[in-house]
Design a binder for this molecule. Structure first.
Ligand SMILES: *Cc1c(COP(=O)(O)O)cnc(C)c1O
Length: 430
């Protein structure tokens, strides 16, 4: 496979952009080779600058639930652009998208649009603090919530530890108000709530963590989390930037029937354009400026282009067969794959939920925690990634990332992918 154009562009980019990229994980540092520069995408396929074709399972890290270049979304954006791209004044599309999202996500009564998932999460945390008058937040180890300072915090050694900065430039002060607890561990959460009684504004979590591989909640975990939050008067924030509109039209909250107080959204909500949002109960959202004292603003927030893409996406998702068909696709993929994985089950495991999947290179068949995922063999993943790329399958370039099926992946795509997985495993596992 010739990659000279991508390699040349990357060489140039390295002198101009830190690491040659605008987001670190794109840089292929945790896999083999150099990043591919993508020139176009249509449906399930992407093409790189050298003209190589791939079936894509990164899907821009989740937003592209219909695949690349969806005709209706492109048409909506094109048509809207002709009337102007941004006014910094109210626009009817903000109202239309708000109406759609509120009708789809059960716990959201009022919503504010922003430009990214990171922005949604940092605003939601500010809101939780402003509403409750408390400072501390609890974050679960292994959940990713974007790059706001107080969330770039890792757990120290030992359970229920205070956070320590996970990035240069994050102050101890920022980390100090963030408490870290392992996911799927109700006892530790209760200990932390008890020890810090009356000082915790909110607990934030990905209801289904998708940024440290895919970790599924153990039975009743989320409803027990809800109960604890109620008992200790801690606001519950579901970061549904990935799970929102992915597990179903109402996200993880509808899927598991557990309602958060505040929800953050991103990725799919923008139909491939930069949109994030946070929303929740009316009494909480009414604290947001100008209705309330919690300041948050954005020059390009809710711009008509992004809203038009979001509206087109939400309308497609509202088709009554959409999630059933996507779910069936996920089942088809899983059932084909599982029989192959079983042959290598002392080396590789597989998890999936609806249209999200993840392969782990480990002999541990009972992955439930971040520590389990940390022990996976990432060198073997790197080899696997490269073998798959050579067979025309583009996976996210990190073993900590999940894969996404879109409605544009055909049965034929899936069959091709499964046989590429089988061949790649054969090559790398001796
Ligand atoms: C991607 C992601 C974010 C950050 O969103 P950006 O748009 O990249 O800023 C936040 N939370 C979760 C769960 C995510 O997956």
């Amino acid at each position: 496979m010739i990659k000279t154009k991508s390699e040349d562009l990357f060489k140039k980019a390295l002198n101009l952009l830190p690491g040659g990229v605008d987001s670190p994980v794109r840089s292929f540092r945790s896999v083999e080779g150099t990043p591919l520069f993508i020139s176009s995408g249509k449906g399930s396929r992407i093409k790189d600058e050298d003209g190589n074709d791939y079936i894509d399972y990164c899907m821009s890290w989740g937003p592209l639930i219909f695949g690349h270049g969806d005709t209706q979304i492109i048409e909506a954006v094109r048509e809207t652009a002709l009337s102007g791209t941004s006014f910094g004044a109210p626009h009817k599309f903000e109202v239309a998208l708000a109406e759609l999202v509120i009708s789809m996500v059960p716990s959201i009564e009022k919503i504010r649009f922003v430009n990214s998932g990171t922005e949604a999460v940092m605003s939601a945390i500010r809101l939780a603090r402003g509403f409750s008058g408390k400072d501390k937040i609890v974050k679960l180890d292994g959940c990713y919530h974007g790059h706001a300072d107080f969330l770039l915090v890792a757990g120290g050694s030992g359970l229920a530890s205070f956070g320590i900065p996970d990035s240069a430039g994050v102050t101890d002060g920022n980390a100090r108000d963030t408490l870290i607890v392992p996911y799927n561990d109700i006892a530790s959460l209760e200990t932390v709530f008890e020890k810090n009684k009356g000082t915790i504004a909110a607990l934030i979590l990905e209801p289904v963590p998708c940024n440290y591989g895919l970790i599924l909640p153990v039975e009743n975990y989320l409803s027990k989390v809800r109960e604890l939050c109620d008992r200790y008067s801690v606001l519950l924030i579901f970061d549904e930037v990935i799970t929102g509109f992915r597990l179903g039209k109402g996200g993880a909250q509808e899927y598991y029937n557990v309602m958060p107080d505040i929800t953050t959204l991103g990725k799919i909500i923008g139909g491939g354009l930069p949109v994030g949002a946070y929303g929740g109960r009316k009494d909480i959202m009414s604290k947001v400026a100008p209705e309330g004292p919690v300041y948050q603003a954005g020059t390009l927030s809710g711009n008509p282009l992004a809203m038009a893409a979001g509206i087109a996406a939400m309308k497609k998702l509202s088709d009554k067969n959409f999630y059933k068909e996507l779910s069936d696709k996920g089942k088809f993929f899983s059932s084909k794959l599982i029989s192959i994985i079983n042959k290598y089950s002392n080396k590789v495991q597989f998890r999936s939920i609806e249209s999200i999947f993840c392969l782990y290179f480990t002999e541990n068949r009972n992955l439930t925690t971040v520590d389990d995922v940390k022990k996976c063999n990432m060198k073997l993943f790197a080899k696997f990634h490269s073998a798959m790329l050579n067979k025309g399958i583009y996976l996210s370039p990190s073993g900590y990332e999940v894969g996404f099926l879109s409605s544009s992946h055909s049965e034929d795509d899936i069959i091709k992918t499964i046989s590429a997985i089988e061949e790649s495993l054969k090559e790398i596992i001796t």
